[in-house]
Design a protein around this ligand. Structure first.
Ligand code: C5P
Length: 393
């Protein structure tokens, strides 16, 4: 059975965690706990300890006890860390990587999966700052359960902000402890980010791309058990855990890395590859020489090349970023490039560098309009579909 380290933050919902502790114990899990200072105002270490029969640490800890138990050791030996209830404050502190009290220090030290069950006032949950922190944490691989909609503790307030039910939290814990790995044994190649096509040693041509969507897909594929080769152009975000990263600069390097990574069961080409390159000058061009004439040469189309390869992956997914006629162009691209699906998005309104995406999935069977989702959710949905398709071999 597993060791679930509970981090109990402040909030009226903290009392509900006592029920959760009891149920986790019934399932045979160990439940050591850390109470934040605010959390300790809502439940006592004594009540948690009585139910868990395991160490309970607070920031008002006794130094000897701390030396004996060690929050770092607790963090390092946990199979999963559950933050419940997670206040807006602890989400902000986690997103910022703070470590100035026991709870956040343990969260920073753990290598175990982290599950967060937020509970707060609906206005706090809806605040862009909280949304930003949640998106950042999702990017870091933190899983969320809830919050749910309903009545709040405050009178006359309803909305999204209630702690998820014990059942929902337990289900999320079990899923993380024994994750479904529908893509185990599969190899998937993902391209992500832009390519840079040098003009001279300091200048380049590129498309706008943060790599967030491609990286999120690579992470979700790895979480589903796939062996993932992530071929990425220059990006500033960190690669997801558990993927094999190949860093490239140019389209031609990206193509070579993709071809070297074949064979694969699937390929997801999310990179914004520059369509043209320049014969790069060996030395920096001088402004004083006047505006240069750039002769552009067409780059290889990586997606189309992979689709025509003799060892073509069974499923090839392309992306299309358009500012108009999104679906019509995507349908055309599907046929022209010979891929199986196109994930099409309208980039006429802020998508680049944001955490949200509204896409259409275009396949030979038809078009699905997905709601506006976080890039992590788009990735999760797409990976579900990939797993369902590859699973039906
Ligand atoms: O033709 P367009 O660039 O809009 O096609 C987008 C799709 O094709 C994306 O999946 C992108 O990764 C892929 N692509 C590619 N190689 C290129 C151009 C685009 O793989 N040279």
């Amino acid at each position: 059975m597993a060791r679930v380290l509970l981090v109990i933050a402040g909030g009226i919902a903290a009392y509900k965690v006592l029920d959760l502790v009891r149920r986790l114990r019934e399932r045979g899990h160990e439940t050591p706990a850390i109470l934040t200072e605010a959390g300790a105002r809502f439940v006592t270490p004594l009540s948690v300890g009585a139910l868990s029969n395991a160490p309970v640490l607070t920031d008002l800890f006794d130094l000897d006890r701390e030396r004996e138990i060690g929050h770092i050791r607790l963090a390092r030996t946990a199979d999963l860390v559950l933050v419940a209830p997670a206040s807006a404050d602890i989400l902000a502190r986690m997103a910022a990587g703070r470590a100035d009290e026991l709870a956040t220090a343990a969260l920073l030290a753990t290598g175990a999966p982290v599950l967060v069950a937020p509970a707060m006032n609906p206005f706090m949950w809806a605040h862009p700052a909280t949304a930003r922190n949640v998106a950042r944490l999702e990017e870091d691989g933190v899983a969320f359960v809830g919050p749910e909609a309903g009545e709040m503790a405050e009178r006359n307030e309803a909305g999204v902000g209630r702690l998820a039910s014990s059942e929902a939290i337990l289900a999320a814990i079990e899923a993380l402890l024994a994750p479904a790995r529908p893509l185990a044994g599969r190899h998937v190649i993902v391209t992500s980010g832009p390519t840079h096509e040098p003009i001279d040693p300091v200048r380049y041509i590129a498309n706008r791309s943060s790599g967030r969507q491609g990286h999120a897909i690579a992470g979700a594929l790895a979480a589903a058990g796939a062996r993932v080769t992530l071929v990425t152009g220059p990006v500033t975000i960190a690669p997801p855990k558990g993927v094999d990263v190949r860093k490239v600069e140019t389209a031609r390097e990206m193509l070579a890395a993709v071809e070297a990574a074949l064979p694969a069961d699937a390929a997801v080409m999310a990179a914004a590859v520059a369509d043209f390159r320049v014969e790069a000058a060996a030395q920096k061009m001088k402004k004083a020489d006047g505006p240069p004439t750039l002769t552009l040469t067409e780059n290889p189309d990586i997606l189309a090349t992979v689709c025509r390869a003799t060892n073509r992956p069974r499923l090839v997914v392309g992306f299309a970023a358009e500012t108009q006629n999104v679906v019509a162009y995507a349908r055309d691209k599907l046929v022209r490039k010979g891929c199986d699906w196109i994930v099409a998005n309208d980039v006429s309104e802020g998508v680049f560098g944001t955490d949200q995406n509204a896409v259409h999935l275009v396949t030979a069977r038809g078009v699905e309009a997905w709601p506006r989702l976080s890039k992590a959710e788009v990735a999760a949905r797409l990976v579900e579909r990939i797993a369902a398709t590859l699973g039906s071999d």
